[in-house]
Design a protein around this ligand. Structure first.
Ligand SMILES: Nc1ncnc2c1ncn2[C@@H]1O[C@H](COP(=O)(O)OP(=O)(O)OP(=O)(O)O)[C@@H](O)[C@H]1O
Length: 579
C-alpha cells in the first residue's frame, strides 16, 4: 500500500500547488449541488400548489425559484472558470516539471531512455492525465455532493421509495468496477508499447541515411509495423472491455427510474405521496443516476490516468543532478587530478571502465590521451565535467574534488568539443554564441577566424545568418567541427578538451587549426583525445590508456623509444597510411 502511495507522490506534489483553486471549486460545487436540490424542492411545491389551485403560494414559490436561479448561474460560471484554470495550470506545471527533469537530471537518466519514449510520455501520457483532470475530476467533485444532498431530501420525501430504487445501485457499481479493472493494466501496456513505437520512429528519422545506405528500409518498416500492430492489439483488448461497459450503463440508467414510476405511481393513487412529490422523485432519480451513469467512465478514465501517471511519475521522481556549492579559485597547481579512481557505468567494479586510475595534469600543460577504441578516453572527460561520479577514489579539478564543485561554475571553466557534435537548428551566429552568450559580435568573428571557418561562412549568401538545418545536414562534417571549435574557444575557459574534435578534417587542415589554436590558447590547459598521432607530436605529454589505467606516458619520442603500446599503435597507423 505504502509503495502504491509513493508512486503518485511526485505527481501529487505538482497537483498540490493548485489545491487552493481546487478547494474553491469544491466549495462552489457544494453550493451548486445544494441549490440544484433546493430547486427540485421548489418545483415539487410549485406543482402541488398548482394542483391545489393556490395562486398566492404558486406565485410566491415561482419568485423564490427565480431567486435561486439568479444565484445558481453565476456560481456555476465561476466554478467552471476556476476548474478550467486549475486544470490548465496543473497541466502546465506538469509539463514544466517534466521538462525540468529532462534538462536538469544527471546525464545517465537521459542516456538510458529512448528519445521517442520521452516524447510519448510528454504527449500521449500527459493527454490521458489531462483528460482525467479536465472532465472526470470535475464530475467527481460535483456528483458525490449532489448525490448526498439529494439522498437526504429523498429520504425526507419518502424513505420507502428511496430504499426500493436504491436496491439496484450497489450491484451495478460492483459490476462496473470489476469490468473496468483490466483497463488500467491494458492501458499501461498500451502506453509502454506506444513509447516503444515512438522510439523506433525516432530512430528511423535520426538514422535515415544509414537506413538508406544499408538498404534497411524494409527491415525498419517491418519493425515499426510490428510495434504498431502490438499496440493496436492491446488497444483492441482495452476497447472490448470498454464496450462491455455500455449495457451496464443502460441497466443503471433505466432500472431505478422504472422502479420509481411503478412504486411512486401506486403511492400517489393511495394518497401516500403528492403528485409534486412523485415529480420531485423522478428529478432526484436523474441526480442519482447521473453519477451511476458516468461512474464506469470515471473509473475508466481514472484507471487510464493512473497507468499514465505511473509513467509520468518515473520522470518526475528523477533526482536533479547533485551539485556542491564550491565556486573555485584562480590559484591552483593542477588543472586535473585523478587519485586511485575506479569507475563503472553499471555501478559494478567487476565491469569498471577505469581501474585504479591515477593522473595529474599541471596548469597550462598540453596533454593527449591515446589508446584503443573503448579504452575509456571519453569517459575521463565525462568524469572531469562531473557528469558521472566515480565509485572509488577522488577526482579534483582546479584542486577541488568534483563532488564539492558547483557544477555550473565547474563547467563554465572547461570548454569541450565532443566527438558527437550537435549544432542547433539555428543560425551559425547563434550556434557559435552558445559558447558565451554575452560575447560581442567582434568576439564571435574572432572565434570563427581562429577555428578557420570564417572564410567559409562569409562565402555563404547569408553569412553568419545562415540557418543550419536539423542535424546540420547543410554543412559538411569538417565545417560542423570547426563551428563547434569556434563555439568552444569563444568560452575563454581555463581548460580546453578536444575529443576527436578534428577527426573529420584532412591532416593539413587539422595541423593548421591546431597550430592556430595552440597560439591563441597559450597558457591554457589543453587535453586532446585523438586516434591520429600526427596531430599530437608536439604536446607536452602523451598518456597511453590501456584497460582502464595509464599504461605509458611521456613525449612522442620517449614513447617511441620505449617500444611499448604507443609504439605499436603508432607503427600500425603508419603502416595503414602507407598501404
Ligand atoms: N553511457 C554509457 N553507458 C554504459 N557504458 C558506456 C557508456 N559510455 C561508454 N560506455 C562504455 O565505456 C567504455 C569506454 O567508453 P569511452 O567512450 O570512454 O571509450 P573511448 O576510449 O573514448 O572510445 P573511442 O576511442 O572509440 O571514442 C566502452 O566500453 C563503452 O562501451
Amino acid at each position: 500500500m505504502n509503495k502504491e502511495i509513493s508512486v503518485y507522490n511526485k505527481l501529487y506534489d505538482v497537483v498540490r500547488r493548485n489545491l487552493f483553486v481546487l478547494g474553491v471549486v469544491a466549495v462552489l460545487s457544494i453550493l451548486v449541488a445544494f441549490l440544484n436540490v433546493y430547486l427540485i424542492k421548489f418545483e415539487k411545491e410549485i406543482t402541488d400548489a398548482a394542483i391545489l389551485k393556490n395562486k398566492g403560494l404558486f406565485k410566491g414559490l415561482l419568485v423564490g425559484a427565480l431567486f435561486i436561479i439568479c444565484f445558481k448561474i453565476p456560481a456555476e460560471y465561476i466554478k467552471a472558470y476556476l476548474f478550467g484554470k486549475f486544470a490548465e495550470k496543473t497541466l502546465m506545471d506538469l509539463r514544466v516539471e517534466i521538462s525540468k527533469k529532462l534538462i536538469f537530471s544527471p546525464i545517465n537518466f537521459i542516456e538510458k531512455n529512448a528519445t521517442g519514449d520521452f516524447i510519448s510520455r510528454l504527449t500521449s501520457d500527459l493527454s490521458i492525465v489531462a483528460g482525467f483532470f479536465t472532465s472526470a475530476l470535475d464530475q467527481l467533485l460535483y456528483h458525490p455532493v449532489v448525490f448526498i444532498i439529494g439522498l437526504i431530501y429523498a429520504i425526507h420525501l419518502n424513505w420507502k421509495m428511496t430504499l426500493i430504487s436504491f436496491a439496484i445501485i450497489p450491484i451495478t457499481i460492483l459490476i462496473a468496477f470489476i469490468i473496468s479493472k483490466p483497463v488500467e493494466r491494458l492501458t499501461k501496456k498500451q502506453q509502454d508499447l506506444y513509447g516503444n513505437t515512438n522510439a523506433i520512429f525516432q530512430d528511423i528519422i535520426s538514422g535515415i541515411s544509414v537506413i538508406k545506405v544499408f538498404k534497411l528500409e524494409r527491415y525498419f518498416y517491418k519493425k515499426f509495423e510490428n510495434s504498431l500492430l502490438k499496440s493496436f492489439s492491446e488497444g483492441l483488448k482495452s476497447a472490448k472491455v470498454e464496450t462491455l461497459l455500455e449495457p451496464v450503463k443502460t441497466i443503471i440508467q433505466l432500472g431505478p427510474v422504472l422502479l420509481v414510476i411503478l412504486t411512486g405511481g401506486a403511492m400517489v393513487m393511495k394518497r401516500q405521496l403528492t403528485f409534486g412529490g412523485l415529480m420531485a422523485f423522478i428529478e432526484l432519480m436523474n441526480i442519482f443516476i447521473a453519477p451511476m451513469n458516468i461512474l464506469p467512465n470515471i473509473i475508466n478514465s481514472y484507471r487510464k490516468a493512473a497507468a499514465a501517471s505511473k509513467r509520468l511519475n518515473e520522470v518526475l521522481s528523477q533526482y536533479f543532478e547533485e551539485s556542491g556549492s564550491e565556486k573555485g579559485f584562480d590559484e591552483y597547481e593542477y588543472a586535473v587530478e585523478f587519485e586511485d579512481v575506479w569507475f563503472s557505468y553499471e555501478n559494478d567494479l567487476e565491469k569498471a571502465v577505469l581501474k585504479n586510475f591515477n593522473l595529474k595534469v599541471k596548469r597550462g600543460e598540453k596533454i593527449a590521451f591515446v589508446g584503443s577504441s573503448g579504452c575509456g578516453k571519453s569517459t575521463i572527460v565525462k568524469l572531469i565535467l562531473g557528469m558521472y561520479k566515480p565509485q572509488k577514489g577522488c577526482i579534483k579539478v582546479f584542486g577541488i574534488p568534483t563532488s564539492q564543485w558547483n557544477l555550473y561554475s565547474l563547467r563554465e571553466r572547461i570548454s569541450v568539443v565532443n566527438q558527437d557534435i550537435y549544432l542547433f537548428p539555428d543560425t551559425i551566429f547563434e550556434n557559435i554564441r552558445y559558447g558565451r552568450y554575452s560575447a560581442t559580435y567582434e568576439e564571435i568573428i574572432e572565434a570563427a577566424k581562429k577555428s578557420e571557418i570564417h572564410e567559409f561562412i562569409m562565402s555563404l549568401p547569408r553569412g553568419f545568418e545562415t540557418e543550419l538545418k536539423e542535424g546540420s545536414v547543410n554543412v559538411s562534417g569538417g565545417q560542423r567541427q570547426r563551428i563547434a571549435i569556434a563555439r568552444a574557444i569563444l568560452r575563454s575557459s581555463d581548460v580546453y578538451i578536444f575529443d576527436e574534435a578534428t577527426s573529420a578534417l584532412d591532416s593539413d587542415s587539422e595541423n593548421n587549426i591546431l597550430k592556430t589554436l595552440s597560439n591563441s590558447l597559450k597558457g591554457k590547459t589543453i587535453i586532446t583525445i585523438t586516434h591520429r598521432f600526427s596531430s599530437i607530436k608536439n604536446v607536452d605529454r602523451i598518456i597511453v590508456i590501456d584497460r582502464g589505467t595509464v599504461a605509458e606516458e611521456g613525449s612522442h619520442d620517449d614513447l617511441l623509444c620505449k617500444k611499448g603500446i604507443y609504439y605499436q599503435l603508432y607503427t600500425a597507423q603508419l603502416m595503414n597510411e602507407l598501404v
